[in-house]
Unconditional design. Sequence first.
Length: 549
Amino acid sequence: MVLNNKDLRVKCYDRDVRTNKNANIGRVSIDYIPPELISSIFCLSCNLDSPIAFQEPTANISIVNSYTALALSHVCSSWRDLALSTSKLWTKITVTERLSRINPEHVSKICRFAQLYLIRSENNLLDFIIEFPEIKACQPSSYDVDSLKLPEEAYELFESFYPIYKLFFQQASRWRVAYMNLDIDILQNRHRSHWPNTFPVLEDLEIRAIGNEANYSDTQPRLEISSAPLLRRLAHTGIAVSIGPDYSVAEKLDPIPTLESLVFSGTLSEENVSIACPNTSVTLFSVTSVSSRRQAQCLARKLRIDVHPNQDNEQVLGYLFESFILPNITHLHIAPLSNTINSSGIRFQSDVFLNLISDPSRFSATSLTHFTLASLFIKPAALLSILSNLPALTHFAFVSGDDSGVRSAFSVLTEAFFHSLAYRQQNQLLPDLKELHLAFGFGQGTSRGSEFTLNASKSEALFDMIESRSIAGLNAGKADHDMGGHHLQIVRLVLPSLSRHEIESNQGVVSWVRKLSVGTALDCTFGWAESRADWWRMGLGCWKDEEFR
């Protein structure tokens, strides 16, 4: 009976090893180890539970890694039998190939490799990736729309790879996680019928769309999704595609209630954000252009816009603000990409943004509670006007710009700004503010000093403002005013390290922070940044009471 019970066999083996003093695990015959235990070890060795991800371009690409079901099955006959009887081992499929290596013979080998996994995985759910790492334009951090349009010779190689796609398309009912470099010709023209549009168990889909300009049709390529009831994450990079069911059924896809994350980079079709539901976090990562400039409703509560730092994206930001209808927004994060150290000085489209937040038919100003605005140049009066239109803000993070050519007009963190934020009983700006993050930018040239760091008068204005909004300051000067618990509780301050010696020796900023922390019961932290990347590592825009980044 014990031998017929898998769990008992494993437990008996474990008991024998623990109780037998002479047992030496290194000398135990593999024939004695329960097959179920070896199968479990195989599954761990193949990293079946680790998430798949696109790879950065590397020098050596291999179809078969050292630990895969296929590699394990070639060790010995016992391992082969175990691998063949463990269908779960064959559910994670990676097809990583260079376009330069593709030819009919090689494609045939890859087909046999893919078929082997698809057959041996039986009816289990599939996690797979199809990628061509040398297509660097598919990496959002190095996105270049021109390089997404493959040259004719590369396109012919890519087209010969279509039989591989068709094998996986036929198994769409088993897709759980699917990552693909995908030619837009598959989504239109003669190949469109091969694309599946129903995904009953799909949870995670990422498409990196590339193509050849000569093969564009008059209509935008369409990523058809008629049904995906379990979809939790959807990401699209590259050439713009519209997302929705067949046009004969409906023009657009209704919001997907299970969708937790929606990520777009490259060229954005604005109407695609309409598939977000209130619980979806939407990220626009290095969006370089928009395709339609039509208004689209996004029901998501959280929107993150990571801007690629070039001048063209000033206009892109304006287009986004003109296009979006955000009735549920609670979290808004707008900043350059966190992995870009140098900025060319993107000006924030404050007029267009003000038009958005001032229009109750497009934006719910009373629902926005968390707002981050970083390294985008904005005039002080414009920022104060924006803040006055956001009365419900409880969390605010601001990072000053860092371009010397515009700093005189766009220097926000001034004495006047801090005085405007200080507590007063009437017409209070940000009356419910609980968490405040401020970072001073990096000026350039020899006159860096006062505008981007803290001199004596600015230090005093800053810390007076913080103290006035703390519970101690409110109790001391406004005891008769009921704030209902709405007082400043958490403060993070970051300055460029270039000014560290001057401020520490002359202004005593560290002693100010200590005084605030002790005297006001504030959670107050202070740090020095070598570069903009340090701002994010120090947690700017990461709220203490939740995880948004």
